[in-house]
Design a binder for this molecule. Structure first.
Ligand code: AMP
Length: 478
């Protein structure tokens, strides 16, 4: 622990010109923070960090359009710690100096861990508050006085109602994942918290997307904000090898098990559209001897944390999650993301696959698409401006039928697959069909990451369609 003092803080105003890629040392952060970053092994700021940190150190409000995985937590945590330390005041009981509101418990815990990690050489107290657990330790932490409070809205309002916490000393306020707050129905709670904040404060709002309600909320809480936008749909997506398997709905479990026979697939996050589906998939895998657990909103906090810890420790190979539960999970080294179901919202596809390839690493995403999901696939390819590469996995004999995209050309050589355009009749084998393992989906000629480029259409004209074939083997991509 360090005693507070301004000696660690450099004079402001000696920054790299905006066009240069700065180093952390160029960002005017105090040396205690630079030391913590060095300990963590971070070498250069991510784009959102490089863009946001100087403005935040200047005390500006900020609208950040960015999702988890871009390094946005450090983008706000580092300048907050710096500012709170530079103007240090001993926090009063129940009156935090900084408040971060975030939608899920997992995200709240991770943000708090980040504050603890970055602030380890500073003398800052932080705590996390969320529902589903006893409030007593949280109340005790508040009583001791906190510099930084990370909270989900429901429990925070409870504690506010009981007068355990008040916001009159809040100097910096962060609303994180604002669009997810909206999706989860928390916006009213969020507004109730905001009403209690002092007028004089620095405010930051982060959101992956900017629906109308969030734009309105941003206007009401931010004063002359700097807008910082990072666009992961192209940057993140490009680092991820993406593959698509057409498959009948009833064959999805068999396809998943087949793919997981490849032991190089070490740490896998599987997405299910529903909680029930997540449980079922985890059950199917467990009965096949593959260590798996499901996390979703119906699981207790303890069960979710245990599952996450086992997944992080490598004791569980497959974590099956719904979108909301997976949001914000910070597990490094996820080698593969598998979309058992395609998401209805194309943005969710980008969020999901962004769970792999974190912090500059490469990753692999495999998506299953049954006939009812073709529209979702079209929307996804339109958003990313990229056709997802088709792959084939031969399934062992079973009940199912194979499915191929109507109008797809047949690959040369190998097994004929007996009537593979459309449903194959009664071969007793089932396969998903499509492209091979080499080459990436082409970028659409339409440019940009969204909009009506031809890449999103259903026509197969003009698309590269490599194929992988293998008799009785699965050849999942690495
Ligand atoms: P976030 O978007 O805040 O969830 O961060 C995504 C991941 O990137 C987390 O595991 C961070 O620890 C890591 N990270 C954040 N900033 C950097 C950086 N500048 N260099 C390397 N890793 C980072």
């Amino acid at each position: 622990m360090n005693t507070q003092g301004a000696s660690s803080h450099p004079p402001r105003g000696h920054r790299a010109a905006p066009s240069e890629t700065p180093a952390f040392a160029d960002l005017d952060l105090c040396t205690d923070l630079l030391d913590a970053l060095r300990d963590k092994g971070y070498e250069t700021p991510t784009p959102i960090q490089a863009q946001a940190i100087p403005h935040l150190l200047d005390g500006r409000d900020l609208l950040g359009i960015a999702q988890t995985g871009t390094g946005k937590t450090a983008a706000f945590a580092l300048p907050m710690l710096d500012l709170l330390d530079e103007n240090y005041k001993r926090p009063r009981a129940g009156r935090p100096r900084a408040l971060i509101l975030t939608p899920t418990r997992e995200l709240a815990s991770q943000i708090n861990e980040n504050f603890e990690g970055y602030g380890k050489h500073l003398n800052m107290r932080s705590a996390v508050i969320f529902g589903g657990v006893s409030q007593n330790p949280q109340v005790r932490a508040l009583k001791q006085g906190l510099d930084i409070l990370v909270a989900t809205p429901g429990r925070l309002l409870d504690l506010m109602g009981q007068k355990h916490v008040s916001f009159e000393d809040v100097e910096i306020f962060v609303l994180d994942e604002a669009d997810r707050m909206l999706d989860m129905g928390f916006l009213r709670d969020v507004r109730r918290v905001i009403e209690r904040l002092p007028r004089r404060r620095q405010s930051l709002l982060f959101s992956a997307t900017m629906p109308k309600d969030i734009a309105t909320l941003a206007r009401s809480i931010l004063k002359d904000p700097v807008r910082v936008e990072v666009t992961p749909p192209s940057t993140t997506v490009e680092r991820i090898k993406q593959h698509l398997c057409f498959v009948d709905k009833q064959d999805k479990s068999r396809l998943l098990k087949e793919i997981l026979k490849d032991e190089s697939i070490k740490r896998v996050l599987v997405f299910s559209r529903t909680k029930h589906g997540a449980n079922r998939i985890a059950g199917v895998l467990e009965s096949a001897g593959i260590h798996a657990a499901a996390i979703h909103g119906n699981k207790s906090q303890g069960a979710r944390e245990r599952a996450l810890a086992s997944f992080r420790a490598g004791e569980i190979r497959v974590l099956v999650a719904t979108d909301i539960a997976a949001r914000g999970i910070d597990v490094r080294d996820i080698t593969h993301v598998i979309n058992f179901d395609l998401p209805n919202e194309p943005e969710s596809y980008v969020h999901r696959i962004g769970r792999t390839a974190r912090a500059g690493r490469e990753g692999v995403a495999i998506s299953f698409c049954d006939p009812s999901e073709r529209g979702d696939l079209r929307d996804i390819e339109r958003l990313t401006g990229q056709e997802i590469e088709r792959m084939t996995v031969e399934l062992p004999p079973g009940r199912g039928q194979s499915m191929e995209r109507p109008g797809a050309r047949r690959g040369g050589g190998g097994r004929s697959g007996g009537g593979r355009a459309g449903r194959s009749g009664g071969s007793g084998r089932s396969s998903s069909s499509g492209g091979g393992g080499r080459g990436r989906g082409r970028r659409s000629s339409g440019g940009g990451s969204s909009g009506g480029s031809s890449a999103g259409g259903t026509s197969s004209k003009g698309r590269s369609r490599n194929r992988r074939r293998g008799r009785g083997t699965s050849a999942p991509p690495r």
